[in-house]
Each structure stands twice: as C-alpha cells, then as structure tokens.
Design a protein around this ligand. Structure first.
Ligand code: SF4
Ligand code: SF4
Ligand code: FES
Length: 479
C-alpha cells in the first residue's frame, strides 16, 4: 500500500482516499464542517486546511487525495492560524444559543470552537437574523445558526433524490431554505438533523425533551422493514427519547428513513397493553398472569388451533416456538404473518430507490430460513387462533375467531381477544434478525421491559406450568 507522512507519522492509504480519511485511519483528527463521507466534496468551509510540503498555500484536506510520499502537517502554526480565522468567520453571525440549543453537547460547531477557535471576536456589527419558514413535521429550522456548509442541500440532491433544500441570495444574505418555501417532502427528512453540523436543523420530535449528555446510546437494528438499518436508540431513565442513524456501509451507509426513525414511539405509547388481560364478563380486563394464561389455555382447549407467528419476532423466539408448538399446541397449523400481500420472501422488493423495502417487518427472511410458511388464509375449520407478535406485524383478519394474543398489542387491536399475554418489543430484548440479503444482525436491549411485559420464553414456561382447568376454576373465570 502507498504511504504518506502526516504529522511525522507514516500512514498507509488506499489510492483516491482524501487526507481527512487517511488521517482518521491513523487517529489524527482534521476538523471540517462541509465534508461528510456520504456526500460529494465541495471544500466550502475551509476548516480542514492543512500544510503540504512543496505546496506554497494551505490546502483543504477534504478535497486533496493522498499521494505516495506526501508530507502533511495538520497542527503547524500556519494551520492553527487558519483554523482560528475560519472559526472566527463562521461565528460572526452565530447566536449565543448553546444554552437553549438541542444540538449543544454534540455540536461540531461548539466542539470545534472550543478545540480550534479563539476566545476573542472582533466583529462589532449587528448579527444578521432570519425568519424561519416551516419545514414540516420532522425538521425545525433555525437559520440564524447556519454556517452554509451545504450538507443539507447535497443530502437532498444526492441521497434523498429530491432538490428541496437550496441556498438563496448571496454573501451575508445567503439563506438555506426549501426551493418552494414549502415543507420538506422527503421521507428521509430526519437525516437533515443528523448531518447538520450545527443546531440549524433539529428534530421537532426531540426538541427540548432531554439534554444529549444525559442520554445512554445503544446501538441496535431497525425493525421497520426487511433492510434492517443500523440505528442508535437513545434512552434515559428507561424512556427512549430519540433514534438516529448509525453508520453501516453495507446496509444503510449513513442514513435511515423517517418511518424507521420514529417507529420506537409505539413501545411507550399509552395504548400499548403491558399488563396481562383476560376477557371476563364480556370485556377484556387486566388480570393476574396465572388468570390470563389459564384463560388463554381454556380459549383453545379442544379446538382446532392455528398459530400465527409475526415476522417481527427474533430468530431465537421463532425457533423456540417451533420447538415448543407441538407440545403446547398439538396438531396446530403454524404460519408467519407481517405485511399484507407479502406472504413469502420473494414478494419482498425495494419500496423506493433509497432504503425502504416492501416487507414492513424485520425478520420475514429469517422465519423463512427456519421453515415457516406465510399465511394466505386460515386453514378451513380453524376454531381458535394464537397470535405471537413483536409489535409491528399487521394483524390479519381473524374473522371473529376465539383469539389469544401473545406479545405486543394495543388495546384496540386486542378488543376482540379472549386473553392477552404481554411480550417484549424490539427495544426490550436482544436477539437475531435476518435482513433481505440474508445478513444476520443483532437487536440489543435498549430499555427494561415496560409494565408486566415478559420475554416469550417466560410466557411459554408459564403456559406449560399453568393448568387451565384448575386455575380457571380458582379465578372463577368463565370460559
Ligand atoms: S442548515 Fe445545517 S446542514 Fe444546512 S447548510 Fe446550514 S449548517 Fe449546513
Ligand atoms: S429503510 Fe427500513 S430498516 Fe431502514 S430505517 Fe427505514 S424502515 Fe428501518
Ligand atoms: S471540510 Fe474541507 S473545506 Fe469543509
């Protein structure tokens, strides 16, 4: 491999790599604002200036490819002076918003100012201010904080495939806005907040909810479709506050869609049933676990049963069900379900040109690997159904059959069920899911289970140990 010298260290590089990336591979930080590895290079902010031997002027590291034998200095006095000047320039119009800005604590501008800026400013003129247009439900714009790095414009053009962010006017009056002055249209708008290096574009959903330094960041996988994008979920005190994209060059690069970004809200929505429930006297009521399990067992006893397994369950859960089904549900037929119209992996296709897939559950392909078949219609003569669900699979029409729900349901979904045994969402458990390319990925537990929700293995153990007749008799539950 060719080599160059950065700050006196010999560093190997791949031909074509720019100096920011080459330095990064050696643990040397070259600061920059406009450069983003997933976007085209424009060398606009000038923050990444470095000194290169035999070149009279400073060069921008983001737009300079390393060459064999190149000698680069990233911390010389000339470079430090240039960095100070750029910081002073970028901050002349920047408001003193850090104490009330959602970006504070993870803001490139704040961090670079601290690391490379000067504590003094010579600018005595009035700062410019803007009235902000509404950017729609996802993004809050605060143009006063913008440094014109144009990452957002390039994201729209190059990734979202929609030219909706533009720079209008010139010089001191330059303003970043939507082309039409109308709200953003892309279904990937949350990425604007992820990549904006200042608090100029922030997530409305997260605004003023929590200071970022209180958040515990857990790397996990999206369950929003069969792509399985890499995510980070951020929680504090067992509450999830935010979801951001996590770099995975092979699956989602640096991006996620808004559907996946905001999917976690159902986990802690008040409509979710997190207590066991049994139908008593015509209505579904909270019950003790033993009562709810007994009611569930009594619902299906002596009936022709079909077991439905959501393709939002993990491999471990599905395997457990496969092993225990003959014992717990003898003679029952078993199918997976998840997205209307997608009963097999071969039906799963790209839903757009970016990331989204048509299978709206995460583990369709994993369940197929385990030999589950997709539900087309319930087998003739089915008298009772047991539905296992992770939270996202679309419930099929159960035609008023006696139904037991195990897993994650809302009160409205469980309206006609005989019993609900609450299970875990993708944020409350660890496990394996398989994406559309057959890639096995790991879900990580982000929060502790809410309410009385339990892991599937525990629910199945209770199922094995609770005697339906005895417990129903004890609880006086009418079956
Ligand atoms: S809004 Fe943010 S991403 Fe867009 S140009 Fe301004 S600072 Fe850069
Ligand atoms: S494309 Fe699919 S997996 Fe990726 S973030 Fe969106 S819903 Fe989640
Ligand atoms: S990061 Fe190189 S000029 Fe902006």
């Amino acid at each position: 491999m060719p080599k160059c010298i950065i700050d006196g260290r010999e560093v190997e590089f791949t031909p074509g790599q720019n100096l920011i990336e080459v330095a990064k591979s050696a643990g040397i930080v070259i600061p920059g604002f406009c450069y983003h590895p997933g976007l085209s290079v424009v060398a606009q902010c000038r923050m990444c200036a470095v000194e290169i031997e035999k070149m009279p002027k400073l060069q921008t590291a983001c737009s300079t490819a390393a060459t064999e034998g190149m000698v680069v200095k990233t911390r010389s006095e000339r470079v430090k002076d240039a960095q100070k000047s750029v910081m002073e320039f970028l901050l002349i119009n920047h408001p003193l918003d850090c104490p009330i800005c959602d970006k504070a604590g993870e803001c490139d501008l704040q961090d670079r100012s601290f690391d490379y800026g000067s504590p003094y400013q010579r600018y005595a003129e009035e700062r410019r201010t803007f009235e902000d247009v509404d950017m729609g439900p996802v993004i809050k714009k605060n143009m006063n904080r913008c440094i014109h790095c144009t990452r957002c414009i390039r994201f729209g053009d190059e990734i979202a495939g929609i030219r909706e962010m533009v720079a209008i006017h010139r010089g001191n009056s330059t303003e970043i806005t939507t082309l039409t002055g109308l709200p953003l249209e892309t279904e990937y708008a949350g990425n604007y907040a992820d990549i904006c290096p200042t608090g100029s574009l922030t997530l409305k959903d997260f605004r003023f909810k929590k200071r970022v330094w209180f958040l515990k960041k857990v790397p996990t996988i999206c369950e929003g479709c069969s792509r399985g994008c890499s995510l980070e979920l951020h929680q504090s005190d067992n509450v999830i506050y935010r979801c951001v994209a996590r770099e995975n060059l092979e699956v989602n690069k640096y991006w996620i869609c808004d559907e996946g970004r905001f999917n976690f809200h159902y986990v802690q929505a008040p409509e979710r049933l997190t207590e066991p429930a049994a139908r008593q006297g015509g209505s579904l009521q909270s019950a003790e676990w033993s009562v709810a399990v007994a009611k569930a067992k009594a619902t299906i006893v002596d009936k022709k049963v079909t077991v439905l397994v959501g393709s939002d369950l993990t491999q471990e859960e599905a395997l457990l069900l496969k092993e225990l089904a003959p014992k717990h549900f003898p003679g029952a037929a078993m199918f997976h379900f998840g997205t209307p119209g997608i009963t097999a992996g071969q039906h799963d296709a790209p839903a757009d040109k970016i990331l989204k897939r048509t299978s709206k559950t995460s583990n369709l392909h994993g369940l197929e690997q385990l030999g589950f078949e997709g539900l087309v219609t319930l087998p003739r003569g089915t008298e009772a159904v047991v539905v296992f669900r992770g939270g996202r699979a679309t419930l099929p029409d159960l035609g008023g059959l006696a139904t037991v729900g195990v897993g994650v349901f809302t009160a409205a979904e469980a309206e006609a069920f005989q019993a609900v045994l609450p299970g875990l969402t993708f944020t409350e458990k660890s496990g394996t899911i398989v994406n559309f390319e057959g890639r096995e990925q790991q879900l990580k537990r982000v929060i502790l289970p809410l309410g009385q929700a339990k892991p599937l293995a525990e629910i199945l153990t209770m199922w094995a140990n609770v005697g339906a007749a005895a417990v129903v008799a004890r609880a006086g539950a009418k079956v």
